[in-house]
Design a protein around this ligand. Structure first.
Ligand code: 3NM
Ligand code: MG
Length: 535
């Protein structure tokens, strides 16, 4: 009988000086098992066959003691010699079908895959599980051929999930490459087959070398990783999971209004920090808007400060307005800090489709962390769709940071927004005359706002400031919090625009700040344009 394997915390060993050092492999593995590792792969690229067999036998004894399966990397002969539970084969090793012939039906055969083709072949030849990677570049394996990131792994999961054949749908998967305590929860959360179905295919585990093998205390390290695996990531810990909405639309609108009123009050009561990493042009305006809505602004582009700031319980806005190597590195540090602390991050991919450098920056940022909300105009969201792997290319080159002419219909926009959100498991907002917001399940159109907003510098950026504060103060339901933030912002704009003292965009700005301010102390009225549900 083939053993049932729990792939959740998959230890891959390493006997090199850099990782094992002078410690005893068997002891380190035993400690890791005591910490909670669920399966062990003996990986040793340098020892001779005699030592391999000898060490594998010792490892097998320990594994058997704890009833943990032992898998041998590369060497079918070694696995056969010691009678352990299986092998793991790379693309250059013995082919899965041949290994099956040698080992028989009861052994576990895993295969490393980096592409849909490789996954297709490995499953077709009868692999029991796939090690999908390389997720992130890693010092542990320098000759990795393909770093495919979150997106690459999701594509493979999606492929497996959408084959008619149950062998594909049910194949077990682990990801490998650069997984450690700082990214494990996010990686686990982001790695699923992007789809709106209620049970999309997910990874079954994470394969780890250095974060356990090189740890000072492998048992403690494994224990910590296991705990992280079993708890939702900090940015989801406080939130309600999205639900499939079955209520009638009128009830839904009432509920949104009720929640929005509550969110406005919460901002007022909590005065959350809105941490802005933004460009020089809008810093002053963003700080004024944050104060006016009742939040507490901080303008800091220094990534080194982010860890301390993230602990204050606020939200972060990353504005890609000036995408330099320096700014991107600061953003990376801040993303890690907020993902760890759990505070919401709003990504504002300003002009993301305009230049190759900005596209690269967007790819880099989206690969380095989780964004609770991504907001942008039509062109920017199309660039996000490309970075997310949803479309191959933006439909057109963006000229400036302004939106340009619309090329998508309302329905197409809603579809795109919803699909990206479902893929990223976050919230996506496409701004425009009609704003479209979705958490991948629920999608709404909001018709508030005023054309003056489009005539003043930084209105988009300061909406980001507002959304970060709203989500930080209302983490239990970030979609409603974001809608409340949009309504606050846009209804204030409507009120300001019709004031007698406002004669154009110049006089609009101070009036807008006044209206943002008075709005928060009042009650959220009927949205004049209305929130439409059920797109
Ligand atoms: N295989 P760490 S990456 C053994 O991509 C191995 O196939 C990889 O080590 C692949 O957890 C890798 O220390 C090393 O990053 C993973
Ligand atoms: Mg190999």
């Amino acid at each position: 009988m083939k053993p049932q394997v729990d792939y959740s915390l998959y230890l891959v060993t390493d006997s090199t000086d850099a990782i094992l050092g002078r410690r005893d492999l068997i002891e380190v593995v035993e400690q890791a098992i005591q910490g909670g590792v669920t399966v062990v792969q003996y990986r040793d690229k340098t020892s001779g066959t005699g030592i391999l067999v000898d060490t594998a036998r010792k490892l097998h004894r320990i594994c058997q003691q704890y009833q943990i399966p032992l898998i041998i990397n590369d060497r079918v002969d070694v696995a056969l010699a010691i009678g352990c539970e299986g092998v793991h084969l790379g693309q250059d090793d013995m082919d899965v079908a041949n290994a099956r012939t040698v080992l028989g039906q009861d052994k576990i055969i895993g295969a490393t895959v980096s592409s849909i083709d490789e996954a297709h072949t490995a499953v077709g030849k009868g692999a029991d599980y796939l090690g999908i990677g390389t997720l992130y570049s890693t010092a542990t394996k320098k000759d990795t051929k393909n770093i495919i990131g979150i997106n690459g792994i999701r594509k493979i999961l999606y492929y497996l999930d959408h084959q008619g054949d149950s062998a594909f749908k049910n194949i077990k998967t682990v990801c490998i490459g650069g997984v450690n305590a700082s990214n494990l929860q996010r990686v686990n959360y982001q790695l699923f087959a992007p789809s709106t179905s209620e049970s999309p295919k997910t990874i079954d585990g994470v394969a780890i070398v250095s974060a356990i093998m090189a740890a000072e205390d492998p048992s403690e390290a494994a224990k910590q990783l296991k705990e992280l695996l079993n708890t939702p990531p900090p940015f989801k810990a406080k939130s309600n999971e999205p639900v499939f909405w079955h209520e009638k639309q009128e009830d839904e609108l009432e509920e949104i209004q009720r929640q929005a009123r509550r969110a406005v009050e919460t901002i007022h009561n909590l005065s959350p920090l809105s941490h802005n990493m933004t460009n020089l042009v809008v810093q002053n305006f963003a700080a004024s808007v944050a104060l006016a809505i009742g939040a507490s602004p901080i303008m800091s582009n220094n990534g080194a400060e982010a860890e301390d700031l993230a602990k204050l319980g606020g939200g972060l806005v990353i504005n890609m307005g000036t995408a330099t190597l320096d700014s991107i590195n600061n953003h990376r540090l801040a993303i890690a800090a907020y993902n760890t602390a759990g505070g919401p991050i709003v990504l504002d991919p300003v002009g993301a489709g305009a230049t190759t450098a900005r596209r690269d920056a967007l790819d880099f940022l989206m690969a380095s962390g989780y964004f609770d909300l991504v907001k942008g105009n039509e062109r920017e969201i199309m660039a996000v769709a490309r970075a997310s792997g949803l479309i191959l290319q933006d439909a057109s080159q963006q000229r400036g940071v302004d939106s340009g002419d619309s090329i998508l219909s309302l329905g197409q926009k809603a579809y795109l927004v919803q699909r990206i959100a479902a893929r990223e498991r976050n919230i996506v907002l496409m701004t425009g005359a009609t704003d479209i917001i979705s958490d991948g399940i629920r999608t709404y159109a909001i018709n508030n706002g005023h054309p003056y907003l489009g005539m003043v510098t930084g209105s988009g950026c300061t909406l980001g400031t507002t959304l970060a504060a709203y989500m930080a103060a209302n983490p239990q339901n970030k979609l409603y919090a974001a809608i409340a933030g949009i309504l606050h912002f846009e209804i204030a704009a409507e009120r300001a625009a019709v004031r007698e003292d406002v004669r154009g965009p110049g006089t609009f700005i101070p009036a807008f700040i006044d209206e943002l301010y008075s709005f928060r102390t009042g009650v959220l009225g009927e949205p004049s344009g209305g929130v439409g549900g059920g797109i």
